[in-house]
Design a protein around this ligand. Structure first.
Ligand SMILES: [Cu+2]
Length: 119
């Protein structure tokens, strides 16, 4: 009985990990959450499409929290590759800044570095 309580408290810890964490979800698959700057629905599409590269199973970005959730296969792709893919689409991540050329490709309503607010 005592060890059942111990195991269930381990699960509780697992479920309440902070958002910026690397949690192993199912075998061979991992989840990461990190910040990506963007302002609108079009940004969301571009950010998620950029994140959905080979080895990525799921990507969902929230414009209000500026956070993306990515589920990927660590055997196929690294978190840094995912950050780079998003940055190359013109969006700063918590690890990688978007190259100027990529940022300039964004429509003017999506230029989040120019003081445009989320809409
Ligand atoms: Cu946009």
């Amino acid at each position: 009985m005592r060890h059942i309580f111990f195991i269930s408290s381990l699960f509780a810890v697992f479920f309440f990990l902070p958002t910026e964490s690397n949690a192993q979800t199912e075998s061979g698959v991992a989840e990461i959450n990190f910040e990506v700057s963007g302002v609108c629905k079009m940004c969301k599409k571009r950010i998620e499409n950029a994140a959905l590269t080979k080895g990525v199973k799921f990507a969902q970005w929230d414009k209000n929290t500026q956070m993306i959730k990515v589920i990927f296969k660590p055997s196929k792709i690294t978190p840094l590759d995912i950050h780079n893919a998003i940055a190359n689409a013109g969006y700063d991540t918590s690890l990688v800044e978007a190259p100027d050329e990529a940022y300039k490709e964004l429509p003017s309503c999506c230029r989040y570095k120019d003081g445009i607010e989320v809409h």
